[in-house]
Design a protein around this ligand. Sequence first.
Ligand code: PA5
Length: 333
Amino acid sequence: MLDMVLGLPEQMAEAAARSRGVKLGRPVKRGPVMVAGMGGSAIGADLARGLFWDEVPVSITTLRDYRAPAALDRSGLFVAVSYSGNTEETVTAFRDAVRARSRVVCITSGGTLAAQAARHGIPVVPVPGGLPPRAAVGHLFVSLLVTLERLGFCRSYDRDLAEAVGLAAERRAAWHRRAARLAGRLLDRLPLVYSTSRLLDPVADRWRCQLNENAKVMCHTSYLPEHNHNEIVGMGAPGLLAERSVVVGLLDRDTNPRTALRWRHLLAVTRGGYRQALALESEGRFRLARLVSLLMLGDLVSCELARLRGVDPLPVNRIDELKRRMARSRRQA
Ligand code: PA5
């Protein structure tokens, strides 16, 4: 897992080149984008929404469920993302979108989704198989980004990608050393990961998912300034949790100055509600590199925490077992 995480820059560069070769058809008139996916396959859509937040006027919804909502808008684009191609929620939502005659594109390494897309003549942006889905984040995210560019939803992110890839390659060893120290701080603690901008919301979520799946621990996420209007009151109880929680603030140079001020006041106002607080600043010039810098740091922390806990970051036995049980009960139904 650690090698795969450290390979993120190469993976992103490869994904950019590969997804350009796919025939997608005519560009789509600007409408909303709905991306169906679960877990490691859904995060790419959240990352794109964070990236676009204050620069691309396209609304991106991530659909993490079986059915497309009533708000499914046929004037836009529906993207079904499943690394394995066999996730039942995603495949069901894909069928809904096909029935609704939406413009659909799939991103997958194969499975039922690829087979059904071929049957309906729907373009597939292929990603290489053989990885745990969460370790394919570079493939899944960049494939989506390039697809959105090629269909006319956003400008080219090539320049930004080049910076992100270069920065991650140059800084990965230092980020890894830092991650090992941070993991030490998080051992036997409950991480409370707080995002301070819409660019970093999906990064906080990615920290949670990676800590869950790689380090096999619980993690809580929250988002400023909203946090200051509810959760701030609850911090500190139950006391047992407060004693063991570490606040991890994700900060970006474009964090609204008022929100940055809130972050500092929040730590004072809730003293006693957490054991320790850490502030992590994104690195890089463009938004994409800044997003990648904290994402990769979080991935590395999850691997190092797994090491300290003596657990293997690769298997996700409970996810597999639940999928097996669900498949069995489908066959019986
Ligand atoms: O990390 C994981 O293994 C999960 O979160 C999967 O991504 C999730 O179960 C969905 O599977 P897939 O990505 O194959 O659609």
